[in-house]
Design a binder for this molecule. Structure first.
Ligand SMILES: C[S@@+](CC[C@H](N)C(=O)[O-])C[C@H]1O[C@@H](n2cnc3c(N)ncnc32)[C@H](O)[C@@H]1O
Length: 204
């Protein structure tokens, strides 16, 4: 198990960090309000220049991370064609976490921060080389299968800059593959589960 700690202990400055929600629209498959606040507090403290998100979905978190920083925000999801192939009749695979919506709809429709750069591809084979050691914050929120979560985690650790942070979503019973991947990773890399959320934090 990844050890659980309050965010105030992990990153004391985060407790008092004010965050803003830009026209926040919660949606099924997105992150909860208390998780969004914790994540944005980390963003405010880290003051990133470059953020990389694995798993765009509607782009709600992408938009809020851009609104709470001056960062260039890169976000990766499967190509829209992959989403069109999504088969909602596959109840056998609740961990796939792929939705029929076009990724990034929220920031595409919103006349807000224009620092968002969208990428399409499979997170296991995407070329992360241009981001190696450059991302001040990586947010891992893709497929919940253990193999994907482990691969996305390795890529995140390659991208994160010294002094930066990696945050994972879905360290929770509903995503056992993510839990197994992070439990295994925690034997080699310092990870902490942020109390009251399904977020896991690594400070690089
Ligand atoms: C939980 S949603 C992301 C939620 C989003 N980060 C947010 O906070 O609102 C997971 C996303 O991961 C994407 N995904 C799943 N497998 C993927 C893969 N192999 N490569 C890239 N994206 C993937 C899905 O299409 C889905 O949009």
């Amino acid at each position: 198990m990844v050890e659980k700690k309050p965010l105030s202990e992990l990153l004391p400055a985060a407790e008092a960090a004010p965050v803003s929600l830009l026209d926040w629209r919660p949606a099924y498959g997105g992150i909860l309000l208390e998780e969004m606040v914790a994540l944005l507090r980390v963003v405010r403290v880290i003051r990133p220049s470059l953020i990389f998100e694995i798993g765009t979905y509607l782009g709600e978190t992408t938009l809020q991370m851009a609104a709470n920083s001056r960062a260039e925000v890169h976000t990766l999801d499967l190509p829209p064609a992959g989403h069109a192939d999504f088969d909602p009749s596959r109840p056998d695979d609740p961990e796939l976490d792929v939705y029929p919506e076009v990724p990034g709809r929220r920031f595409a429709d919103y006349a807000g921060p224009s620092r968002i750069i969208q990428h399409f591809g499979d997170s296991r084979t995407f070329d992360y080389a241009p981001f190696a050691g450059r991302a001040d914050l990586v947010f891992v929120d893709g497929c919940h299968h253990e193999e994907f979560a482990a691969s996305d985690s390795r890529k995140a650790l390659e991208m994160v800059a010294s002094g930066g942070a990696v945050l994972w979503h879905d360290y929770a019973d509903y995503a056992p593959g993510v839990m197994r991947a992070l439990d295994a990773l925690s034997t080699a890399v310092p990870l902490r589960h942020i109390a009251g959320t399904s977020l896991v934090l690594h400070l690089a």
